[in-house]
Design a protein. Structure first.
Length: 647
């Protein structure tokens, strides 16, 4: 994969950029692919930049890997929809609607760019082995602008010679957009403008997946909550999750009502020493509370949706504020065993690499599809904690820092610990981040604190070895320890799909409906499907009508294949893609690329929207992808995992 993005096609794109006079807004850089659907925390954005990435998104890498695998050459381009902010106290929050608005602003430019690329492929008469094109646009992360605009198409300009804009008040794009002649060419975007041809409205199609989601979040949470309500005559306002050996707080609850995890339908059962496995309801410091004596971890074998089920149940029980405790290893050299760390931010390596707790169909009754995470740990609660620390005279042992979540159950190697420190983490553990993400998603206020149970060795020759018993011995100062549960459990999973058979079935169905052989395939990212409007004599097929085809659940992805002619080539345009975070297996997410190959596609153009990590990038810029960092693939979510078919 060292040559996945064809150099000749990247040079061609630079020539097109010069012809369109957009050199000032056209870059070449490295794309980082992560899971989503949550946008990054500030610490995660810093980490992403540290890897050498210039932009970050939730797509493209797995598509281009498959395109390369099946013999296509690849060109990729990203639309920078926002400038990612990594300042400590940034209040800038990005939403998916803002992504779509920026995509609308550059819709005409992107359409023209794609058409010019197709024309040049014809003119340059590239040999068959150089006929792979992928244009990609990256989804934004931490939005740094608050006004959305679109560019009015320039009349009678078949080449779309994109006039450069000048700043006129209020930031890069200002309140109005002006061309070099001083004429206004854009204005503030409204919903009406958005759907007037710039961005297709979200599909009204409701669908069922061709695979079973891990669980029905809302239904299972409701079943568990209703059972608990039948046993507990109070409404808890605060939820408390106790980490390893830290369950002593439950002893302070007055008039406690205990329910074993094992008695609650759909509830997982903890298998780890130091996690008793009870819900304790009652009154604490004048508030009705529910205390979780022990938590669940992905390393125990439970799916992430089940690991975080208790937080959703708490929400349905009435909990408004979540307090999370954990035992963690100290990475910061100023931390010592027994210290406490208020968590101000986290780096969720699990979520960035595939194990995000919001993966799967989103239920709006809990929260939005793409929740922002820059303010996940409520600042007011952190300030209260510092005041409490001062009152208790423990300021010398109370810190505020960044928590890094890893999967475990193995403790980190020295090199891994050095990497963790390098990316800005002060402490490392195997919990908390997925719990607080779900708490934020459902609308709770969140406070989290770590007990530093050991000082992580960062030296080359360190022989300090930490065990779980060491962790519990340190944690015992804050809690009693219960014996481990004797419960054992098993898991089942469905093997991967038959790539070739399923792709052939889908391709044969399409061939029966479409009397042409497409030479170019185009994948349109969020809100970037305007290119389909330029296809002559279009033939439209809905994803929902194609057997085994995934169906997009995301706004801005209409869900159609459009066949016809564009810039002298027969093409197939995908109006919207599917993502792993929607709950589909990677093999199904990338099925359309394999289908395109069987239909005759030689050149692939992939589009996406992305967040700009490079400080020189601004919202509305374009980035030619010269390479990518596929965090998903590095940690198991590679689209080629499974039996290989030499065909």
């Amino acid at each position: 994969m060292t040559d996945i993005y064809t150099k000749e096609l990247r040079e061609m794109a630079k020539t097109v950029g010069a012809e369109m006079h957009i050199e000032d807004y056209l870059h070449e850089g490295v794309y980082l692919a992560e899971m989503g659907p949550t946008y990054e925390t500030i610490s995660e954005s810093r980490f992403a930049r540290l890897t050498g990435a210039d932009a970050v998104g939730m797509s493209t890498a797995h598509e281009t890997i498959v395109a390369k695998h099946v013999g296509m050459k690849v060109f990729a381009m990203s639309l920078i929809t926002n400038k990612i902010v990594i300042e400590e106290d940034s209040q800038v929050i990005c939403t998916h609607d803002e992504v779509l608005q920026t995509a609308a602003m550059r819709g005409e430019v992107m359409k023209t760019f794609v058409m010019k690329m197709i024309e040049r492929i014809l003119q340059w008469n590239l040999p068959a082995d150089c006929q792979g094109v992928t244009v990609s646009y990256l989804p934004p992360r931490s939005c740094s602008w608050h006004h959305a605009f679109y560019l009015t198409p320039i009349e009678n300009d078949s080449t779309s010679d994109f006039s450069r804009t000048q700043e006129r008040g209020g930031g890069r794009f200002g309140q109005e957009m002006y061309n070099t002649n001083g004429l206004a060419v854009g204005k503030q975007l409204t919903d009406e403008h958005m759907w007037m041809g710039h961005i297709a409205p979200p599909s009204s199609h409701t669908h069922t997946h061709t695979h079973k989601p891990p669980m029905d979040f809302y239904e299972d949470a409701t079943t568990a909550a209703n059972f608990i309500k039948s046993k507990v005559p109070l409404t808890p306002q605060v939820g408390i999750i106790c980490g390893s050996g830290l369950d002593k707080v439950a002893d302070a609850v007055s008039q406690p009502i205990r329910i074993k995890y094992a008695d609650i339908k759909h509830f997982p059962i903890t298998t780890v020493k130091g996690h008793p496995g009870n819900l304790v309801f009652g009154k604490l410091a004048g508030k009705y509370v529910v205390v979780m004596q022990g938590r669940f971890h992905p390393y125990e074998g439970y799916p992430m949706s089940q690991v975080t089920l208790p937080i959703r149940v708490m929400k349905l029980l009435g909990v408004e504020t979540l307090i999370v405790t954990n035992a963690a290893g100290g990475l910061n050299p100023d931390y010592n065993a027994g210290d406490l760390m208020i968590i101000k931010d986290h780096i969720n390596l699990l979520g960035m690499t595939g194990l995000n707790p919001l993966v799967g169909p989103n239920d709006e009754r809990f929260g939005p599809r793409f929740p922002a995470m820059t303010d996940i740990y409520t600042k007011e609660l952190r300030e209260v904690a510092k005041t409490v620390g001062a009152e208790m005279h423990i300021e010398d042992h109370l810190h505020e820092g960044v928590y890094l979540a890893v999967i475990g159950p193995s403790y980190s190697t020295t090199s891994e610990s050095q990497f963790h420190r390098l990316i800005g983490a002060d402490a490392v553990g195997m919990s908390t981040a997925h719990e607080t993400i779900v708490a934020k998603h459902v609308g709770m206020k969140v406070f989290a604190i770590s007990v530093i149970t050991d000082k992580v060795g960062l030296g080359e020759d360190t022989e300090v070895a930490c065990t779980h018993e060491d962790v519990l011995r340190t944690a015992v100062m804050l809690g009693h320890i219960a014996p481990p549960s004797s419960h054992t459990h098993t898991h089942t999973h469905k093997p991967p799909m038959d790539f070739y058979e399923d792709a052939t079935t889908a391709a044969n169905f399409i061939k029966s409906k479409v009397p042409l052989t497409p030479q170019v395939g185009i994948i349109c990212g969020s809100g970037l499907d305007k290119v389909a409007d330029a296809v002559s004599q279009p033939i439209l097929i809905k994803y929902a009508d194609i057997k085994q085809f995934p169906i997009s659940t995301v706004k801005g992805h209409p869900g159609n294949l459009v066949f016809g002619k564009l810039a002298g080539k027969y093409v197939v345009v995908m109006q919207g893609r599917c993502h792993p975070y929607e709950g589909y297996p990677m093999s199904q997410v990338t099925l359309p690329v394999r289908v395109m190959k069987l239909l005759g596609v030689e050149t692939l153009i992939v589009t996406n929207a992305a967040g700009g990590l490079n400080p020189d990038y601004n919202a509305g810029d374009l980035m030619i992808i010269k390479d990518h960092i596929n965090l998903l693939g590095m940690t198991g979510l590679n689209p080629l995992v499974g039996p290989n078919d030499e065909r």
